[in-house]
Design a protein around this ligand. Structure first.
Ligand code: FAD
Length: 258
């Protein structure tokens, strides 16, 4: 049942971690933006002090949840995930105690349509995330085929506190190294002393720090459903964006985490 091994773990802070998982069968081919299910059994230990569970899962029950892949498909050896520990979450209260060498389930089939497939090379990407919703965008910007000639790429990362800015160093390095790349980190509960952007990601659009051309700018929204609902409403009603689906292609792409 547990078909993979944890090969790396980086704690960003007590509630956020980056996890690297190596499937026994190797990493299957996938497109940046897709996800897999990870799972642990009910027997896996929860973190010290985790709130009591309303329903205790059976020891042999596999608890599975979806996680966006943060690594590029070019990394053939392991998947990377960026995971928030939800205090009374059935799976994440167990993932909190996982360590390199531990066994874990990873779904052999990768799924999801939140990808760059079908987007013209000349079109720009505005990749808007809150929290761990940054993961699929890390996979995209880590993959060379995303960086088509002349394309502008903007990554927005909204968090609550400045200590939640995972991947800031890597994303800042792209600003220096690549033409047309913009990184906009913003913290909604930053202290007065914080020198960076303060507020919600929606404010970047309201204050026109991000200006969109619906004909050429594809907007991807990932993470907290409240942020997605707000921006989806504004971009469809004010700018004429339509939500993308396989049947009806549009320039607004959404992935809600819950
Ligand atoms: C397509 C897809 C991709 C996803 N990718 C990621 C990812 O890359 N990283 C990640 O951390 N999560 C991701 N999620 C969310 C993930 O699947 C789980 O829902 C989450 O880890 C909680 O699982 P749990 O069993 O611990 O909590 P559960 O016991 O299932 O409790 C779920 C409840 O926790 C809350 N919740 C869920 N996720 C969060 C969150 N991130 N922050 C705060 N509250 C939350 C919601 O209120 C939800 O109803 C993704 C979800 C989907 C649908």
């Amino acid at each position: 049942m547990l078909n993979s091994t944890v090969v790396g773990r980086v704690d960003i802070n007590p509630e956020l971690m980056i996890l690297q998982v190596k499937p026994d069968a190797g990493v299957p081919s996938f497109h940046p933006g897709q996800y897999v299910a990870l799972g642990l059994t009910g027997a896996h230990p929860r973190y010290d002090g985790a709130p009591d569970e309303a329903e205790i899962p059976a020891a042999d029950k596999l608890i599975k949840r979806a996680y966006s892949i943060g690594s590029s498909p070019m990394v053939g050896d392991y998947f990377e995930f960026y995971i928030a520990i939800v205090p009374n979450g059935a799976l994440t209260s167990r993932l909190a105690t996982i360590k390199p060498g531990d066994r874990i389930f990873s779904q052999p089939k990768v799924t999801g349509t939140f990808t760059l497939e079908g987007i013209p090379e000349a079109h720009n990407l505005v990749l808007v995330s809150t929290g761990t919703g940054l993961a699929p965008f890390m996979s995209m910007v880590r993959t060379p085929s995303t960086w088509t000639a002349g394309r502008r790429i903007t990554v927005v990362h909204g968090v609550r506190y400045p200590q939640d800015f995972a991947y800031a160093e890597e994303l800042s390095s792209y600003v220096a190294a690549r033409d047309g790349f913009t990184y906009l980190p913003i913290a909604s509960r930053a202290p007065e002393s914080f020198a960076g952007r303060k507020g919600r990601v929606q404010a970047l659009f309201e204050k026109r720090e991000i200006e969109l051309n619906p004909a050429t700018d594809h907007v991807f929204l990932c993470g907290n459903p409240a942020m997605i609902d707000d921006l989806e409403r504004d971009l469809t009603t004010k700018l004429g964006y339509t939500v993308h689906s396989k049947k009806a292609p549009g320039h607004l792409h959404v992935e809600k985490y819950w």
